[in-house]
Design a protein around this ligand. Structure first.
Ligand code: DQA
Length: 148
């Protein structure tokens, strides 16, 4: 199994960014947690973070030829705005789990617009970095027997 983890804008600032909302874990710590669990589950994991919509779209396009089992995607603020990233995900057709560190349903009204939940295999919100680890388990449970 091979899984690509994509994080959108401002996720590089985890640990210092609004700690009361997003916690103290850095993106490096999060990667370590996911990598450790991936190793345990026998999953190869690739990480990508960008603050730029076009770069995220191009990374998704590249994923089409990488024989991925699935993706774990936190589109961050683009969750609420990006038809272009949504279209890229639909274009490549790779199954993905949508993750949000914070409980977006309990936050501002503009965060209630979500362009990804209806096309994700599933959505995990409000569990912090644990969401990414659970996302790995979800992909393993859903696709672990059907991929190389
Ligand atoms: C987020 C929630 C988004 O509304 C926000 O813009 C983010 C992070 C989350 O992980 O909780 O940047 O996706």
């Amino acid at each position: 199994m091979k899984v690509l983890v994509i994080n959108g804008p401002n996720i590089n600032l985890l640990g210092t960014r609004e700690p009361s909302v997003y916690g103290n874990t850095t993106l490096g710590d999060l990667h370590d947690m996911v990598q450790q669990e991936a190793r345990r589950l026998g999953i190869e994991v690739i990480f990508f973070q960008s603050n730029h919509e076009g770069e995220i779209i191009e990374r998704i396009h590249a994923a089409a030829s990488e024989r991925l089992t699935g993706m774990i995607v936190n589109p961050a603020a683009f969750t609420h705005t990006s038809v272009a990233i949504r279209d890229a995900l639909l274009s490549v057709g790779i199954p993905f789990i949508e993750i949000h560190l914070s409980p977006i349903a309990a936050r501002e009204s503009f965060r209630q617009v979500n362009l990804f939940s209806d096309i994700a295999c599933g959505t995990i919100t409000g569990l912090g970095p644990l969401g990414y680890v659970l996302g790995l388990h979800a992909l393993k449970g859903l696709y672990g027997n059907t991929s190389e």
